[in-house]
Design a binder for this molecule. Structure first.
Ligand code: GRF
Length: 208
């Protein structure tokens, strides 16, 4: 499809990562054309509406099960001609009826240096382990049945040897997240991202 990359965002929470996209790549290399949530009260939806982006809510109670819900989300995203799906704090696990419709076109942002500390409460997990280096990962979400297991697209680390609380770590990770997610979308938008045929886990990024 010609023109800016058409991005759909799924978010469950405050949506600061969505906001970072709206404030940076939106209207430039990419267009955020649809924002959906599993929660009607997600602040992310307000941010989308304020930016004039169509929104929808897919509450689990309104669908027979998760795969049925995910099929409905996929229908909605496709109806907006979404080319890349960005999970920006989307707290539900996605299932095949969505993922197989967007092969190699779903990315997620996670507040750890994967493969360390996948799943929920990543920062708490890292603190409990006692690591000194924290970080953020943007990775592809493949239809592999795993949680935060897809190929790494971009990653950035920060040394925080004295960090003791999740809030303290989050304060350092937030700016990283808000730079890294737009960077990832930009890379996809300019067609710079491919998979190494010899090792499809290895994402190759073509330099500028
Ligand atoms: C971020 O920390 C992201 O890494 C994680 O969920 C959080 C979402 O924050 N997946 P926000 O809703 O974008 O503010």
């Amino acid at each position: 499809m010609a023109g800016p990359l058409r991005v759909g965002v799924l978010a469950s929470g405050t949506g600061t990562n969505l906001q970072a996209l709206l404030d940076s790549v939106h209207g430039a290399e990419a267009l955020v054309v649809a924002v959906a949530s599993d929660r009607a009260d997600a602040v992310a939806l307000t941010r989308a509406r304020d930016a004039g982006v169509p929104t929808a809510v897919f509450a689990i109670g309104e669908h027979p099960d998760r795969p049925a819900r995910d099929g409905a989300i996929a229908d909605w995203l496709e109806s907006h001609d979404v080319e890349l799906v960005v999970l920006a704090g989307y707290m539900a696990l996605l299932t095949s009826p969505l993922l197989r419709r967007f092969p190699e076109r779903v990315i997620n942002i996670h507040p750890s240096l994967l493969p360390a500390f996948p799943g929920i409460r990543a920062i708490e997990q890292a603190l409990a382990y006692g690591v000194k280096v924290f970080g953020v990962t943007v990775h592809f979400v493949d239809d592999d049945g795993g949680v935060d297991t897809g190929p790494v697209l971009v990653q950035r680390a920060v040394e925080l040897p004295g960090a003791a609380t999740p809030d303290e770590v989050m304060e350092h990770l937030r700016p990283i997240e808000h730079a890294l997610l737009p960077q990832a979308v930009r890379l996809v938008a300019r067609g710079a991202v491919s998979r190494d045929p010899a090792n499809p886990r290895r994402i190759v990024i073509r330099p500028d």
